[in-house]
Write a protein that binds this ligand. Structure first.
Ligand code: HAM
Length: 405
């Protein structure tokens, strides 16, 4: 087979199809519908704004009619081309997702291939903190659905742009390229070489900032501050864990606002399994200037990460434990949890309360306990059986905790 490509046997295909189906179904729950674009496009589509990194890695060829074409290295540009050509009359926001193969002439290694698959989403025509946050939450949920362990890092391009505002475009680009490759020391050396020593210390401080206060202490208040704060507040309210990382630069040139990446545990150098952010492309393809936000998951890397842990997509298993007078409530709550995709069992053996507790300890991750007091107060007791901790919550709160667990 050609270097950087793989053959896939039935066992692997079954695993891939299972995870792919879960992701598709989850994206659909958020209102994202699947689309497809051609495997090759006019080369120019990618040279307009995708950035040097991608341009150097493209598979480019001339067809028999003399057209210069490229195998798609990613789908954001094709999807936005499609939006301009087909979707302009559609009601906004347009919510599309895709699962497709991409081609990049990179040096192959574990988790890095020349043909690889992306599961991506694009929210086109929304310009709000809610839109940014919802797309980030969807990305987080898709990786959770797949069963992979990861951290989510979020930055905003305005942080570095503000700090590097006085540099020439090409110098600022160089710095961002170093940061994208996580080569902070090289960025500092570069600043030194171009006589911008006064920026070295602020750059190091900004890269190390982990709160918005730290960020603004380095660069001062910026016009985007309120929108960024609102986005983070929505993520906090949704219970999404994330780290702030102003060093995120993204390897593609079309981003304009919030940017985010997810990193899997134990994958080595190629551990970035999701990348995305807010961008503007439609106007470059002949459409109106349209704010958009999206991401793509590196599907093959997710599969490698799952392989390391012995593929067991984790889903919380819940056992409802009820006193005899709360039996009917137990069934109602069980149905509610199941409607949210949570695997839930109830006692069908007429066991005593303590026997139910024992059974849950053997087979479940969480117990949802319903007794006289819970019925009276409209709550349940959610017990984490592994950690041994418990708290009284409403059913919607329990669902949120279980789906974000
Ligand atoms: P990207 O960061 O270039 O972003 O790629 C997204 C993901 O694709 C990466 O995080 C990585 O997991 C995976 N990936 C990239 N190159 C390879 C490779 N050679 N082998 C295996 N996996 C790879 C984009 O492509 C943007 N279009 C994402 C986006 C969508 N931004 C807005 N909307």
């Amino acid at each position: 087979k050609p270097r950087g490509t793989r053959d896939m046997l039935p066992d692997e295909m079954e695993r891939r199809r299972e995870i792919e189906a879960r992701m598709r179904a989850r994206a659909r729950l958020y209102g994202f519908r699947e689309i497809a674009t051609p495997v090759f496009e006019e080369l120019e589509l990618f040279t307009i704004r995708s950035g040097e990194g991608i341009i150097n890695e493209m598979y480019v060829f001339e067809d028999k009619g003399g057209r210069t074409l490229a195998l798609r290295p990613e789908l954001t540009a094709p999807v936005l081309r499609m939006y301009v050509e087909e979707g302009r009359s559609l009601t906004k926001p347009v919510k599309w997702c895709y699962f497709a193969d991409c081609f990049r002439y990179e040096r192959p290694q574990k988790g890095r291939y020349r043909q690889f698959w992306q599961f991506g989403t694009e929210l086109i025509g929304a310009d709000s903190a809610m839109g940014d946050a919802e797309v980030i939450i969807l990305g987080y949920d898709l990786l959770k659905t797949a069963g992979v362990t990861f951290v989510l890092r979020i930055g905003h391009l305005s942080f570095m742009r503000t700090l590097l505002a006085d540099l020439s475009d090409s110098d600022a680009k160089k710095i961002r390229a170093f940061l994208d490759k996580r080569e902070e020391a090289a960025a500092v050396t570069y600043l030194h070489d171009i006589g911008q020593d006064h920026l070295c210390d602020p750059l190091i401080r900004l890269c190390g900032a982990r709160t918005l206060d730290d960020v603004f202490a380095v660069i001062g208040e910026i016009p985007e501050a309120a929108r960024i704060q609102e986005t983070f507040a929505i993520l906090d309210a949704a219970g999404i864990p994330y780290e702030i990382n102003p060093a995120i630069a993204r390897g593609l040139d079309y981003y304009t606002g919030i940017v985010f990446e997810c990193f899997a545990e134990g994958l080595g150098a190629e551990n970035q399994i999701l990348g995305g952010g807010a961008y503007r492309l439609a106007h470059l393809f002949g459409g109106e200037d349209t704010p958009s936000v999206g991401f793509a998951i590196g599907f093959d890397r997710v599969m490698v990460a799952l392989g390391e842990t012995g593929w067991n997509p984790w889903q919380p298993q819940v056992m409802i434990i009820a006193t005899s007078e709360a039996r009917t409530d137990a069934l109602r709550v069980a149905r509610e949890l199941r409607m949210h995709g949570i695997i839930t069992e109830t006692d069908v053996m007429d066991r005593s309360f303590s026997a139910q507790m024992k059974a849950a300890g053997r087979s479940a991750d969480y117990a949802v306990i319903i007794g006289k007091e819970e019925v009276a107060t409209g709550t349940v007791t959610l017990k984490d059986l592994k950690a041994g901790t418990q708290e009284k919550v409403t059913v919607p709160e329990a669902i949120q905790k279980l789906t974000c667990a």
